[in-house]
Design a protein around this ligand. Structure first.
Ligand code: UGA
Length: 433
């Protein structure tokens, strides 16, 4: 099929590459000329395992191309996906300026020649599809024939290609049988269960799913405080409750809490939507509060042990908001660095992929960046682990112990082998045990 994807950010690029990989002809449109020029040269603006190869391969096979012209994309496709950012406003509600702008741009160029499906893949509040359809009708002069469907995306950064190629489910929200039939053709090669709903329900599924996952994380984080106070081990508790299939072990990993560009924003958006609809979802406010509090709990652990932080040399391993990405947006690790810098500590930092992005920030300039994790720990009063990169588990802790001023580890993700480290003579502090 001929598919256009408007917006070459995370979701747009990965979706475009995967749609091309299964045999569709895909045009990725972005209004950022430099980004498009770079993509045309095979330069990928984000780090995502496997993405660069997938894009190169499909460009070479003439199934994927990049353009700044929305007209080019819309005229040459029967499916037009919208994958632009929906950033948060200060009050937590969603800024839909980009969505509205793209809807108008589509309206201005969509011809009356044949039927098209406009697919919203961006994360949006319930009822946005109705507004998009209304906008396109109002600004289109040729009475074009189209329907708007909602097709939320559930990919995670770091495992985006696998998540998109082999999803647990594909949600298609459509109020039109004609649009639904075309969408089923788009997803035919994916061999995943398709769940059909109305447009509003599909939009709501996305916010409700992300908020539920965030709730799971806050739940175990609150349990971890009870474990600490009672002498229980949160890891055993998480295994014990997670073994119940109705609960599941995933997203019960305790630590510094959730960050990134999805959960914090989507929980806030779901709260704002519920309030606007007159049915405030107050449980989610507690989810947010618990999440915020994890950082304060962590800082207290560090201060209880090291006492005054001013002038202390602290090494932070991990800056990205999670492993396998260079994305440092809304990363809790960065907030930990901010807390330590604010306390006057001398902070050395290392991250396998996120270091470059971090050193460009204002906070980055107030730290000492290292490209080698072991060099970063030399003379350190303590090591802080803030992102659970697998390589940290394999680090040479014998050498680290020799290099450090005092062998103290604060594991913000319960990621390291506690028993081994304690045996080696480290003072180890994690969450909930
Ligand atoms: C999340 C969802 O998992 C995806 O399904 C969704 O498509 C995406 O948001 C989105 O809306 O675009 P992502 O933000 O890429 O994906 O990353 P996750 O793996 O979900 O992690 C989010 C945060 O939760 C990270 O900071 C991670 O460290 C934290 N987390 C995750 C925990 O603290 N504990 C856990 O058990 C799991």
């Amino acid at each position: 099929m001929n598919i256009t994807i408007v917006g070459s950010g995370y979701v747009g690029l990965v979706t475009g590459a995967c749609f091309a990989e299964v045999g569709h002809h895909v045009i990725c449109v972005d209004n950022n000329k430099q980004k498009v020029a770079a993509l045309q040269k095979g330069q990928i603006p984000i780090y995502e395992p496997g993405l660069e190869n997938l894009i190169r391969h499909n460009v070479a096979a003439h199934r994927l191309r990049f353009t700044t012209s929305i007209r080019d994309g819309v005229e040459n496709s029967e499916i037009i996906c919208i994958a632009v950012p929906t950033p948060p406003e200060k009050d937590g509600s969603v800024n839909l300026d980009f969505i509205e702008q793209v809807a108008r741009e589509i309206a201005e160029v969509i011809p009356g020649d044949r039927y098209r499906v406009i697919v919203d893949k961006s994360t949006v509040p319930v009822k946005t599809g109705e507004k998009v359809a209304d906008t396109i009708h109002r600004y289109n002069k040729v009475n074009a024939s189209f329907d708007v469907v909602s097709n939320p995306e559930f990919l995670r950064e770091g495992s985006a290609i696998d998540d998109l190629m082999k999803p647990d489910r594909i949600v298609i929200g459509s109020n039109s049988d004609r649009a639904l039939a075309l969408m089923k053709k788009v997803y035919e090669p994916f061999l995943a269960p398709i769940m059909v709903t109305d447009v509003n329900s599909a939009e709501l599924i996305k916010h409700a799913a992300n908020s539920f996952l965030a709730l799971k994380i806050s739940y175990i984080n609150a349990v971890s405080a009870i474990c600490e106070a009672s002498g229980a081990d949160v890891e055993r508790v998480a295994d014990g409750i997670g073994a119940d299939k109705r609960i599941g072990r995933q997203f019960l990993n305790t630590g510094l809490g959730y960050g990134g560009s999805c959960f914090p924003k989507d929980v806030a958006a779901f709260i704002a939507t519920s309030e606007a609809l007159g049915v405030p979802f107050t449980l989610l406010k507690e989810v947010e509060r618990i999440n915020q509090n994890q950082r304060a709990r962590f800082l207290k652990k560090i201060k209880d042990k090291l006492w005054v932080l001013r002038g202390k040399k602290i090494t932070v391993w991990g800056l990205a908001f999670k492993p396998d990405t260079d994305d440092i947006r809304s990363s809790v690790a960065i907030e930990v660095v901010r807390d330590l810098v604010a306390e006057g500590a001398i902070v050395s930092v290392y991250d396998p992929k996120g270091l470059e992005n971090f050193t460009r920030t204002e906070l980055g300039a107030k730290t000492l960046p290292f490209t080698d994790p072991l060099k970063a720990v030399r003379d350190a009063d303590a090591l802080v682990l803030a992102t659970e990169w697998p390589e940290f588990r394999e680090a040479d802790f014998a050498l680290a112990k020799e290099l450090m001023h005092s062998p103290i580890i604060f594991d913000g993700r319960n990621h390291l082998d506690r028993e081994m480290l304690v045996e080696m003579g480290f003072d180890y502090f994690g969450f909930g045990r």
